[in-house]
Design a binder for this molecule. Sequence first.
Ligand code: UDP
Length: 235
Amino acid sequence: MKYERILLKLSGEALMGNRQYGIDNDRLKEYAAEIKKVVDIGCQVAIVIGGGNIFRGLAGAATGMDRVQGDYMGMLATVINGMALQGALEDAGIFTRLQSAIEMDKVAEPFIKRKAVRHLEKGRVVIFGAGTGNPYFTTDTAATLRAIEIDADVILKGTRVDGIYDSDPEKNSDAVKFHSLTYSEVYEKDLKVMDMTAFTLSRENNLPIIVFDMNKEGNLLKVVQGETIGTLVNL
Ligand code: UDP
């Protein structure tokens, strides 16, 4: 096992599966099965999940809604997704804890770093909900922040694309994939890995990022075991 403690970032949209909105239960089960494979080999797993399948503050603002109000709605959406994933993981026999950046003690623990680390050490999967708890941030930033706080070895950004390309591979069939990049190269080439706040935070704290295809069976396990899958960004 190459990475003993990981922070897995999943987008909210990934949970939609083939739907246009909301949560696809089959997709949840698939993700739970993939996560179980790495838990079973003793990897410590923390997860941040987005909320884009339900609500994004920016989208609300575009239709005239107050941005801050919308962002809090987006953060609550990540808690809904976190609860859904928690349920699927528990159904798969994995022990979990959901910690929220916005206190809501009936459904989640408050985020407490030391508690989170203790859960991880005991083999529980910890899901961090409600982003950073602040408007104007994204769940990529929340994922980076939590990864640094819990001293994760790497942030694994699970997407539907198998890495970072020089142009959008879903639009351009000639797009070329990078197997590894330095932080500087990402800036120079203006590549979209994460939003700049998240990316800068990763760079300043020397947190490696791997972007990989989470929808391909076995990929998460391969990444954790050190196979060169996806694109690695580091110093
Ligand atoms: N959000 C926020 N602060 C945070 C994290 C998220 O305000 O720290 C809000 C923001 O409105 C964002 C929404 O929650 O659009 C959902 O998160 P995100 O767009 O990052 O989800 P993803 O694109 O990964 O599904």
